[in-house]
Structures are given as structure tokens and as C-alpha cells.
Design a protein around this ligand. Structure first.
Ligand SMILES: [Zn+2]
Length: 312
């Protein structure tokens, strides 16, 4: 035990937190290792060269400040611009973070805006990774990426990675898409979504019900830092769509009782570009408005999920 504690950095976090901070983040293994090194201040950045008396520049190649891990990933003006572009419900001002740990613990908890609908920390992990890659390409290959290019690489990296993952729980998947010996992939599934939102806490419960010809299953998720009921409804849709894709369901009718959202989705508006990209991964998606009264099942599980979150 003693030994372990000594190995932790000055701004150390408890052993158990490494699970939530690094190892349980849904991202590529290489990025988990990168995160672990970042949080241990163990990346080969300028500061480390200075500490070890290696005679190379210890300054940031972009702004000439001392290059520390937290500078590179959060407080460098370049990193600040990249975080500001991230599709999160609130704008991140990464300039205020005092350490890599403080920055990471903040950003890993923020949900991505639809249509990305990635799990907590997934996009944030790809953003820090993209910042690292952009830094190395500038330093070693003299290739300069803009903040816009850097964020879009992070988003596409996260999206491609998540779509390449095998379905998480075959137990749920089986009754859904393999109701008979010969799978019938052409059958359209109906997905009913709803959200419950608490204006005081900014927490949301998300619920979705997947019905196919032979079975029905219900699923919930929760989200924090949700800024409006519309955002909550949007999260419910994008989370349900991501879930469906991860379970091999790509032929769907998606129902919501938010008329504004369904109208927006059917117009394929740019501000929902994330859902739009998700949409492209389906064989077919129909977005359909249904009155509240017809959506009581999804409504009640969303409320339950929010209730459970509020108790914790
Ligand atoms: Zn800098």
C-alpha cells in the first residue's frame, strides 16, 4: 500500500478514482494509457526536458509559455480554442483549470451534444488525444492544424471508434434483432424516447423503449449539466440512436413527444449535425412525433431514471 501511494503524483487521486478517471472511460486503450500518463505528469513535454536537464526547448511551440501537461491540454490558448469548439452543452473555458487533474475531472463529466451521444468522457478523451497529436505534428513534422481541424479529428475519431466496438450486451441484443433462426434485419424497430428534466439540478433522466415485431425492451440513462428540456429530449434521442447502432439495429422509426425536436430533426438542421451524422449510419430512420399520451411508457421510465439519479 505504502509503495502505491508513493508512486502517485503530487496532485494524487485515490486508487479507486483511476477507474473512473481513466480505465472505465469508453475510449481506445492507447488513449487510456495516454490519459494515465497525462495525469501522472509523465508525458515527454518541455517541462520534463527541463527537469531532466535535456537541452531542448521547454517552451510551448505555439505560445512560448512553459510547456507543461496542463498547459498543453488545457491552458494553452490553442487548447482553449479547441475546448471552446467542443460540442458540449456549455462552453468550456479550459484556461481556468489549475491542473491536468482538475481539467480532466471537469471535462470527463460533460455529455456531448447530440447527435454524438457518446458516453461520458469519450469525446473529452479524444480531444486531449487530438491536442497531443496536433502538438507532435507541429513539433516534429511542422504541420500546423487549426483548432477547428483538431476538434473535428477528435469527433470523427470518437465516432469511428464507438461504431467499431462490438455490441456491449448480446443478452439484450438477442431478443431484439434475432427473434428467429434467420435474422430478419429488414424489420423496422420502433423506438420511443422521452426525457425528464430537473431545472434546479440540470439533471436529466433519459428513457427509450425498443419494440420490434416480437419483443419489447426498455432502457434508461442519465445526464448531468443539461441546460434545457429540449436538450434533454435531444439527448434521449441521440442516446437511443447510439444504443440502437451499438446493438446492430439500423432500421428504425424513432418517436418523441417533442414536436420542436422532431421538426428540427426532419429538417436536418445544422445545429443538430451530430444526430445527423449518427443518422447517416442507419439504413433508415424515420423521426415521428407522437402525443404525450401515446408516449407514457418512455415518459415513466425517464422519470424513474431521474428519480433514481436524484436519490444518489
Ligand atoms: Zn502554448
Amino acid at each position: 500500500m505504502e509503495e502505491k501511494n508513493r508512486a502517485l503524483p503530487a496532485n494524487s487521486i485515490a486508487d479507486s478514482d483511476w477507474l473512473s478517471n481513466v480505465w472505465n472511460i469508453k475510449t481506445a486503450e492507447k488513449i487510456k494509457v495516454f490519459l494515465w500518463k497525462s495525469l501522472h505528469d509523465a508525458l515527454p513535454v518541455g517541462e520534463q526536458f527541463g527537469i531532466r536537464n535535456i537541452h531542448v526547448s521547454t517552451l510551448c511551440a505555439r505560445c512560448n509559455a512553459e510547456e507543461t501537461v496542463s498547459h498543453l491540454l488545457f491552458t494553452c490558448p490553442f487548447a482553449v480554442s479547441v475546448w471552446k469548439l467542443a460540442p458540449f452543452p456549455q462552453v468550456i473555458n479550459s484556461a481556468v483549470f489549475n491542473s491536468t487533474l482538475e481539467g480532466w475531472e471537469h471535462v470527463k463529466k460533460i455529455h456531448t451534444l447530440p447527435p454524438i451521444g457518446l458516453g461520458l468522457g469519450t469525446l473529452a478523451a479524444w480531444i486531449v488525444w487530438s491536442l497531443w497529436i496536433a502538438r507532435n505534428q507541429l513539433l516534429f513534422e511542422k504541420r500546423k492544424f487549426t483548432p477547428e481541424e483538431t476538434i473535428s479529428k477528435a469527433i470523427s475519431g470518437a465516432r469511428e471508434w464507438i461504431l467499431s466496438q462490438p455490441p456491449k450486451s448480446p443478452a439484450i441484443m438477442n431478443p431484439l434483432i434475432r427473434p428467429e433462426p434467420t435474422p430478419n434485419y429488414s424489420a423496422r424497430c420502433s423506438i420511443y424516447t422521452d426525457a425528464a428534466w430537473n431545472s434546479t439540478t440540470g439533471c436529466a433522466g433519459l428513457g427509450w423503449i425498443i419494440d420490434d415485431r416480437n419483443s419489447s425492451s426498455q432502457h434508461t440513462a442519465t445526464s448531468t449539466f443539461v441546460s434545457s428540456p429540449l436538450m434533454a429530449e435531444t439527448l434521449a434521442v441521440s442516446t437511443a440512436m447510439t444504443f440502437a447502432l451499438l446493438h446492430g439495429i439500423d432500421f428504425i422509426s424513432l418517436f418523441s413527444d417533442s414536436q420542436i425536436l422532431i421538426k428540427t430533426l426532419n429538417r436536418q438542421e445544422k445545429n443538430l449535425c451530430d444526430i445527423y451524422h449518427l443518422f447517416l449510419s442507419f439504413k433508415s430512420v424515420k423521426f415521428v412525433f407522437i402525443p404525450r399520451a401515446a408516449n407514457v411508457r418512455a415518459d415513466s421510465i425517464a422519470k424513474q431514471a431521474l428519480w433514481v439519479l436524484n436519490q444518489s
